[in-house]
Design a binder for this molecule. Sequence first.
Ligand SMILES: [Zn+2]
Ligand SMILES: [Zn+2]
Ligand SMILES: [Zn+2]
Length: 325
Amino acid sequence: MTYRIVVNGLDHAFLSEFGCTCGRCLWQRPLANTSVSVLGLSEGGEVAAHLLFDVGAGVVNSLTTSLRLGGHNARLDMLLLSHWHPDHVLDLNRLCETWRRRQARQGDPRDPLPTWCRSGTMDWLRRTHPYELTMLGVTPSNEYEPAGTLLPAIGLGMEGLTVTPVAVSHGTADRDPGDPARQLACSAAFVVETSRRKTLFLWDMDNQNDWIVTPSTPGHVKAKEKMAGADYVFMDCNTWEEESPAGKNTGHVSFRTVLEYTRALRLKDTSETVLLHLSGHEDGQDMPGWGWDDLRWQNEAARTWAEQGMPGAVRVPKIGDEFIL
Ligand SMILES: [Zn+2]
Ligand SMILES: [Zn+2]
Ligand SMILES: [Zn+2]
């Protein structure tokens, strides 16, 4: 079996905002979301495995219109959630409904969809998605470890593919659903490995992940080593520079921190850094990045990447882009 990543989406992670007149919100074309499918393909090109990472706005459209997932190839083996934030689960209802109908059409017993998330995210889903949970077979991680902790690999039963979650800091999501003023770890990044390639799904994360740059415990060192030297890094990139407008942390990193973290993760000359979660909203209209479309983001990022002598390439993906693992 060979594996590849396919980028999903329809609307970008930060939804177009009602009434906003920036170029990005008025942009009519579908945009990549922070969601990908990892497909296992047989020698004949049939889909033999499908892992779906996050399910934000429009992700179900990507699945139902995918050239690879049509007809008898329409399978889904597991849903993996980075965290509970709405922009990562907005299509969860549609996914569960379409899963239920597909099972009924095929005369299958109503097997729940195998799902993995951190226990903190499961705590949120119990409040926000009780109906959908009746169709999901969730294996929560059974931990609330702090950022910079390597979590046990997820049991996939897929030959030649491993997925290892890493606890990351994403302050706006790392909250106790019973008392949102209280901190509770909820967010994961994923390290996806085959014998040939290593990939990181680093969404969402904030600028409190200094363990990537200066690991201070044996646990941090272990997590960083697991992530270092990746071939593909899919990364949250929300603003150009400013991460705490008016003193309030956005919960995301800017392109400046993308440079800092990816430099610390020792990319290769052949690595590709793939920017997602682009917004340029939260730091305000007069800040760089405000209203940029994907092409502008890519051009500005690539120019800075070259100026700073960063290894490999940086780009903004389109829906349907594929990466061979
Ligand atoms: Zn806007
Ligand atoms: Zn988030
Ligand atoms: Zn998000």
